[in-house]
Design a protein around this ligand. Sequence first.
Ligand code: ADP
Ligand code: MG
Length: 757
Amino acid sequence: MSAGASMLRIVTTLGSPLFLVLGMKNSTVFESVLGVHTVGELLRHYPRRYYTRGELTNLGSLREGDHVTVLARVDLVRRIPLPPQRFGPRQGGRRERLEVIVTDGTAKLVLTFFARVTYWARELQPGRLGLFAGTVSTFRGRRQLVHPECEMLPDEAEDTRVVAELAAEYSTAMIPVYPASAKLSSWRIARVIEGILEDLDAGEDPLPADVREKYRLWPRETAIRAIHQPQERGDLEHARKRLKWDEAFVLQAALAQRRLAAAAMPAVPRPPSPDGIAAAFDASLPFTLTEGQRFVGEVIARDLSCAYPMNRLLQGEVGSGKTVVAVRAMLQVVDAGGQAALLAPTEVLAQQHYRSITQLLGPLARGGQLGGAEQATRVALLTGSTGAAARRSALSDAFTGDAGILIGTHALLEDRVQFADLGLVVIDEQHRFGVEQRDALREKAAGARPHVLVMTATPIPRTVAMTVFGDLEVSTLAELPAGRSPIATHVVPAADRPRYLERAWERIREEVADGRQAYVVCPRIGGEAPGEAAEDGADDDADSGAEGETTARRPPLAALDVAPELAEGPLSGVRVGILHGRLSPDEKDRVMTAFADGGIDVLVATTVIEVGVDVPNATTMVVMDADRFGVSALHQLRGRVGRGRAAGLCLLVTEAPEGSPARERVDAVAATLDGFRLSRLDLEQRREGDVLGATQAGRHSSLKMLRLLSDEELIAFAREEATALVAADPQLTAHVALRETIEVLLGPQRAEFLDKA
Ligand code: ADP
Ligand code: MG
């Protein structure tokens, strides 16, 4: 039943489009369900597990709502008449349902059929083995699959020659079980892949022979065949290792090319000056720099003095003082006659940076103005909502070079923004930006490349840094400035303990009575048409498992509902404000300013406040439906309190039952303030593909087999080998197969972008 049987027998390659091999109708299903378009992509849809005949699925472990494929033996078949009154007189005849009990030897599962009862009764003979796929439901306390898809394995008892052959095949071979859905069963995928493998020529191996030999890696084609059709368990380990190497090596080779290309670019050196604005700034700082800030500062100062562009990632906990480090770098560039641009992910954050940086600089930011210092420069702000007059003067100051520092959002990327001499690009909170944006801004420097500093508060495990930010050098601010108060985090189980929630509101009233402020964070804005997604809502994908399908839950709490409820209920008399992504930039700024000035006591908000918002007087945060947020988001949110001298308190409200994965996530955030541990946890729960960020969004992820956390050693080896190979042959002229694989794996846009670098 080879799908390509009707066509000419031509060899299939990894690049063959699926429709050529499967035909239009078939390939459409595969494309829509699995998102695969080529043979290579389909062959990277790897089995989730394997069944062998002797080993039946543990039926006791099935969870309601899961879409499952199980291997089990038919135990009992019963035809049960349906009560006649449930069917109209028209129906007449005998109505019955078929109940088939299948077993793994201990636990049982019911298969229920209401149609084609006679057919299924004949197919599902007691004693026979089959694969059954469907969604697990519960009926009268028993687990069941209603109208499962069935694939009977050849009967051992029958002895016609064909069946005997098939039986022999099945009893030695392992049966692959693929991630599947109601529209596309695991065995349909298996059949198609089987057919493809018959005609496959996987082409030249992208991994050089010496690397293969050194790490004892199988040839690629052998690994591809073995992962889909292992002859024995031992095959899998070899196949997996080899396929992981492919992913790691290809990615690292691409990154090595990019690093090499970047280092070959000329940049203008911007060495520090002993008595410029940077020195004046240091002297005026109201605090002493931490050890880490000083150290990273020196590293950056050296980078900026080089004739090739800096590409550095600065990571540090929320509140670790990255902004000061960035300001010092920007001032060094200004001293050397250049300009710096600071790109922030949101309007709110850009405005806040502008406020805090002009404040930190004081007279140093009032170049050409009355009261300005001698070395002073000018700081300009440019966002989508900057008014016409202010915009004109910001654009002109950037163009003439009067503004040493330009702060803004995406608006900075527009064509009409032109710099006299852009020397440094600082990007705050990298995870919100794609690599492309980094490039767009970079291109605003005429001639030479600007230096680039990327800042992130989401700590990145080593291997992720190596993989996702593999073209950047990494620096870390490990300590928080002294005098920072710790944040206490508690879980409030709203369903079991409503009294705790009441206590949370009392606590906020007490804080407000003491002159402090609080945030109440909700996962959704509210007020949208049914089914419409909130643009700045929480990420809700963290708990969708590989196999499970999400079950219906109540919609997450909305800021627009919660705010009035609080204002009229538990927080009556307290000044409550609302902040969310659907407000106009002007309104947002007004609300943030009112909150910062103390005109609002409690701010009910969505995750718009997640990044960088700094109001030291806000000491308490209540996160509603905390389980609807990802681990990193919760950690980021929590960083908004405890920024002043008073101790911070974060209350994570959740209705998720104890022990559920959602609840465990919330518990983990409450249990530690260690961002690195949390980011590891976050990564374990998300798929690596998500980590690759905007470039990969919506695309077929380039990492299928590789696990960034557990494959740390392999990634390090692959990086070493790939870097050496690229250093010796930057254009990969002697490694055509590798070059082609990079293009296929990373997609055409990505490859183009690598060339551009
Ligand atoms: P991040 O961006 O890393 O979250 P910020 O740069 O916003 O942190 O710094 C948080 C707060 O700490 C700011 O108000 C900043 O002025 C202050 N700060 C920075 N460095 C120090 C330091 N060395 N000592 C005391 N306060 C500091
Ligand atoms: Mg910051």
